[in-house]
Write a protein that binds this ligand. Structure first.
Ligand SMILES: CCCCCCCC/C=C\CCCCCCCC(=O)SCCNC(=O)CCNC(=O)[C@H](O)C(C)(C)COP(=O)(O)OP(=O)(O)OC[C@H]1O[C@@H](n2cnc3c(N)ncnc32)[C@H](O)[C@@H]1OP(=O)(O)O
Length: 228
């Protein structure tokens, strides 16, 4: 039976093996007539392709000029100290043995924090690399922890991530995050992730957090939890 996805060309045994999927659109397979029905290399005639500048694929998110500098709470954990979990049921705070991310987040200077995590193979997305959604969660969590240095309770209203290079499973990640500015209930944060101590970041993120009163915000939701 010829699969619908590869109806254009001959069926190849390689189609069923994900590690070889990068060969799907190779010139060799194209010559053999073995290309998928939705070949991304087949451009509609006359269409002008955008000239994407890879480095321009970063955020245009800016901290408003009226925002003020974050003020560290006098009782915030000292630089180098671990920041305690905000909720034992949180996926970001739990250990990998309990189905969580296994993050260790430590206070830095000012409103900066550093998160450390070894990418568990369970977090795989593409072959051998972390799932982008998991990396987004790592960014979300570490940036959120920077609010704890201001002793604020926050939830994420907006999160954006730039994935610059693949992040291998089992690699050790260092995430540096900070609150860049505060405007009323709004906290603007940013972060970068470094793989195995590399000098250049493999990705970056920005987020808007909104301060809440936990007791009020989760009052009608806490009943859904299985971890009380
Ligand atoms: C994982 C759970 C974490 C629990 C944390 C407990 C505290 C622990 C302390 C520290 C932890 C640090 C670690 C946590 C890290 C992980 C955090 C997460 O992943 S949280 C889960 C995902 N996020 C949600 O589920 C929010 C769902 N959204 C909402 O509940 C509401 O939309 C909320 C609270 C964000 C805002 O609703 P409103 O009614 O209170 O306030 P309005 O007036 O709508 O917004 C306030 C201001 O923010 C702007 N705003 C809101 N959303 C925006 C957006 N998406 N983009 C731009 N601006 C936005 C608005 O325009 C407004 O601005 P103007 O004051 O008028 O200037």
């Amino acid at each position: 039976m010829v699969s619908r996805r590869f109806a254009v060309g001959r069926r190849c045994s390689m189609d069923t093996f994900p590690p070889f999927s990068r060969l799907r659109w190779s010139p060799v397979r194209r010559r053999r007539g073995c290309v998928p029905a939705h070949d991304p290399l087949r451009r509609p005639a006359g269409r002008v392709e955008p000239q994407l500048d890879y480095l321009a694929m970063t955020s245009n998110w800016t901290v408003p000029g009226e925002a003020v500098s974050p003020v560290r709470h006098p009782e915030a954990p000292a630089p180098g100290e671990s920041i305690p979990a905000h909720w034992h049921g949180c996926f970001g705070c739990r250990g990998t043995g309990d189905g969580g991310l296994g993050l260790d987040v430590r206070a830095g200077e000012g409103a900066e924090v550093t998160g450390e995590i070894v990418v568990d193979p369970a977090f795989e997305g593409g072959p051998g690399v972390i799932h982008g959604g998991v990396l987004s969660s790592v960014f979300d969590e570490v940036m959120g922890f920077s609010a704890k240095l201001l002793a604020l309770e926050v939830v994420t209203a907006h999160l954006e991530v730039d994935f610059r290079s693949p992040v291998p499973v089992r690699s050790a990640l260092t995430v540096r995050a900070r609150v860049d500015g505060v405007l009323g209930r709004k906290l603007y944060a940013s972060a970068e992730v470094y793989v195995n101590g590399a000098a250049a970041p493999a990705g970056s993120a920005r987020a808007l957090f909104i301060t809440i009163d936990q007791a009020v915000h989760f009052r009608d939701l806490v009943g859904n939890s299985t971890r009380i």
